[in-house]
Design a protein around this ligand. Structure first.
Ligand SMILES: Nc1nc2c(ncn2[C@@H]2O[C@H](COP(=O)(O)OP(=O)(O)OP(=O)(O)O)[C@@H](O)[C@H]2O)c(=O)[nH]1
Ligand SMILES: Nc1nc2c(ncn2[C@@H]2O[C@H](COP(=O)(O)OP(=O)(O)OP(=O)(O)O)[C@@H](O)[C@H]2O)c(=O)[nH]1
Ligand SMILES: [Mg+2]
Ligand SMILES: [Mg+2]
Ligand SMILES: [Zn+2]
Ligand SMILES: [Zn+2]
Lengths: 211, 211
């Protein structure tokens, strides 16, 4: 509880700072391997010139994700959490200190792969994105409702594999709408490019107004 | 820390009880949707007559998994954890009270989908099984080392999809062996049946000796 309150205070500071700098801060959440990094790799490749971007990525171990993300010219900061199962606002604040925020439009926060714990830790984001892949099963939204209720935007990923895995799209979308009626839902593939333009448009629509 | 010590005490009680009843207790861990329930469905269908079995399954919400598992004639007890991201020994102890342990050879403990937190909570199991699917990516063992170091047995699941997702088997196996040199590794598909006989044989080989 004390940990939680302390996190909220730091999250508020982050939110203020992102806001003053006119930055869209997006928190990306999903289970391990649902495609967060692949999505951000394609996103940076396609948009980081028109929308100057940086990424703060959390993992228990390795800098694999930061190295993948850094190849597209944007700054990618790896936070290694050890055995902590989520990013928290303090980790994000320390990473923000390494960024030139005045030069950026978007900061992506790729959370540790986990459909449970990260929703309890506000990072100071202005957009909450939950990813669920067609390979995980159509009932995941019902079984892990917290992550989907938390989200403003839900991305159904790897849709290029839908036929190969026998994905029941109607059931999946019905389940998502039941758990998270207010969220926008997009189906995407980082591999084929399907749905990616709508994802980019959603991001552009969420950029804070220029001052 | 206090929570952890208390859990260990209850885990010891569970381990003692399973041991006295000559039961193999298997803790199955993986990310959401890696195929734990599908594996257990096939396992119960194929072996619960020769190896009397029960399942205790943990989920945040719903009894979907217990209903799927209960169709094969074995007792399936659903534990709903609310927002707790792991099974603990106390939850397992309460569920054990609903089982006729003297009639069983195996009790499967299907953990909450989470590659991080469950390894901190001993349930009293005698076999630790980590599942990772071919759809999650070859670097998951390096990025979530705790789960793979914890495991006695690692199952690479959904291998029927390996070609469709471009699975790099050599890299995946190399990564698994690096992180968990002592673990046995099996490649399985609950869908095609590939590797399932070796999984059943491994289970039979781990049954406590008859008294
Ligand atoms: N077919 C297909 N595969 C994808 C797609 N997106 C990601 N993948 C694959 O899915 C696996 C996991 O992708 P990652 O981008 O590492 O997933 P992640 O969510 O960042 O994983 P963590 O950061 O470890 O939680 C990799 O093997 C990717 O190649 C997609 O759109 N289509
Ligand atoms: N192709 C293929 N799909 C599989 C296999 N095993 C499971 N699946 C699919 O993967 C999805 C998830 O399977 P589950 O059995 O629910 O996975 P789980 O690990 O129990 O998920 P949670 O309990 O929610 O963590 C479902 O759509 C299954 O049909 C397999 O061997 N091959
Ligand atoms: Mg990643
Ligand atoms: Mg399951
Ligand atoms: Zn956690
Ligand atoms: Zn946890």
């Amino acid at each position: 509880e004390a940990v939680h309150g302390k996190n909220l205070a730091v999250a508020h500071e982050n939110r203020e700072r992102f806001g003053r700098c006119g930055i869209l801060a997006a928190n990306l959440l999903s289970s391990p391997g649902a495609g967060k990094t692949a999505l951000l790799e394609a996103t940076l490749r396609d948009t980081h010139v028109s929308m100057p971007s940086a990424v703060i990525v959390g993992d228990l171990q390795t800098d694999n994700d930061a190295r993948r993300l850094g190849r597209w010219g944007a700054t990618a900061i790896q936070v290694t959490t050890g055995d902590i199962c989520h990013l928290d606002a303090g980790m994000v604040q320390r990473a923000m200190a390494e960024l030139d925020l005045s030069s950026l439009s978007v900061v992506y926060l790729e959370n540790v792969g986990n459909l449970v714990c990260p929703t309890s830790f506000d990072l100071g984001e202005s957009l909450r994105v939950a990813l669920v892949s067609v390979t995980e099963g159509e009932d995941k939204p019902l079984k892990y409702p917290g992550a989907f209720k938390w989200a403003d935007l839900i991305l159904v990923t790897k849709i290029d594999l839908a036929a190969a895995v026998g994905f029941d799209r109607d059931t999946a979308i019905t389940n998502l709408k039941r758990v998270s009626p207010a969220a926008r839902i997009l189906e995407v593939s980082s591999r084929s490019g399907a749905g990616m333009e709508q994802w980019y448009e959603t991001l552009r629509g969420r950029l804070p107004a220029r001052e």
